[in-house]
Structure formats: C-alpha cells, structure tokens
Design a protein around this ligand. Sequence first.
Ligand SMILES: O=P(O)(O)OC[C@H]1O[C@](O)(CO)[C@@H](O)[C@@H]1O
Length: 226
Amino acid sequence: MKFFLDTADLDEIKEAASWGALAGVTTNPTLYSRIGGKLADFHNHIARICEIVDGPVSAESVAMTRDEIVRDGRELAAIAPNVVVKIPTMVEGLAACRQLADEGIRVNMTLCFSVPQAILAARAGARYISPFVGRFDDISENGLAQLEDVVTAINNYDYSENTVNGEQVEIIAASVRSANHVTQAALMGADIATVPFAVLKKMVQHPLTDRGLEAFLKDWEKVANA
Ligand SMILES: O=P(O)(O)OC[C@H]1O[C@](O)(CO)[C@@H](O)[C@@H]1O
C-alpha cells in the first residue's frame, strides 16, 4: 500500500515527506480553503506542493461542465508533470475524464460512493478512483464495507486499455479518519490510502513501542555505567 497525504498545508507536506514514506498528496477545495488559500494563488500553491513531493499531486477542478473541466484540467496538468486532475464522479466529470485521459492527462475521480460509479470511472480512463470511507460512517453506514466492494469489483477486471499509457487504475481509500481505516483498507487490498496528517502521526504510534523503547534506554544506561 502507498500513502498520500490529504492536505494543502505545506508544512505538513514537508514534515511528512521528510519521514521517507510519502508517495503523493491529495488536495480538495475544502482543504485549500482551510489553509486560507486564495483563488489567484491556487496554481502557485500546487506548484509548490509538486516541488516538495516526488509523486502524484491531486488538484481538483470545481468546474461543472465537460468543456470547462477539460480546460481546467489542461491548465492544472500544465503546472507540473506530477499533477493529477481531480474530478467529481458525475456525467460531465466522466466525459471530461475520458477526454483528458485521451490527451495523456492523469485523472483522479473523486466523490465516489458506489461500485457502479467506480466502474464507470475506470472505463472513462481514470488513473485513480477515490471511494470515500468516513462520510459513509458519518451517516451510520459501513464505509469500509463500501470500500471493499469497490476494491473487489475493480480488481475483477483489467482496465489498462482505458488508461493513460496502459497504467493500472489504482484505488485510493479517501475520507480516512483513523489508523484502523488504514489497516482495514490495506487488508482488503486498496492500493493507496490518502490520510490527514493527524492520522499519519497516529499510524506511527504504538504504546508497546514506547514502553519497549523506554526499557531499552534504561537497560542501556546500566551498560554505560557498568
Ligand atoms: O470526508 P473528508 O474527511 O472531508 O475527506 C474527503 C476526501 O475527499 C478527497 O478530496 C478525496 O480524494 C480527499 O482529499 C479526502 O480524503
């Protein structure tokens, strides 16, 4: 499994990248607004993220028609070679995905909540599909079970003839709220988890690691004083 950081915060991205396990970044309009982002700075901001991260960086289009999304997508993709254009799973979004994929531009289909949506996204040439986990939990449904259905359904078929350069479509577990979401997503075979920085920090922690480290350090003091 690969990890993406789900944030637009440059400090968080720099810190996570320094840990050596970061494969990419996903942003969305909410995450950009959360850091006080301004429309005029958006492309520059994505460019800065792309300089820090040597991997796919998803930047979302907020356009609503196929032509506008395609125009947005071309502009976003021109920012850096590792930009992935993020598009909502809707009719105009699917059509734009097909067009951009045919032009060699990688797309991450977001706001995906069902197997049929995921299959359509894969056939429309999506390089990444982002089924949301936490938002199902928010409405008292089982987000992990929904993700598992998407992983199984997509892995049952080969979509490489539909994608840019024949690359395999990858499933990004999105709307991840806990380290347990990551564990379960990995066990079911999701390719990637995109996680907020708070979740990434929790993923490193284990009380037995802390306790074990404390004991090792105490015992080493005895060795040093012997
Ligand atoms: O439900 P949340 O925590 O707002 O997460 C939304 C998700 O949407 C995305 O835009 C999907 O890729 C991610 O950035 C994020 O994981």
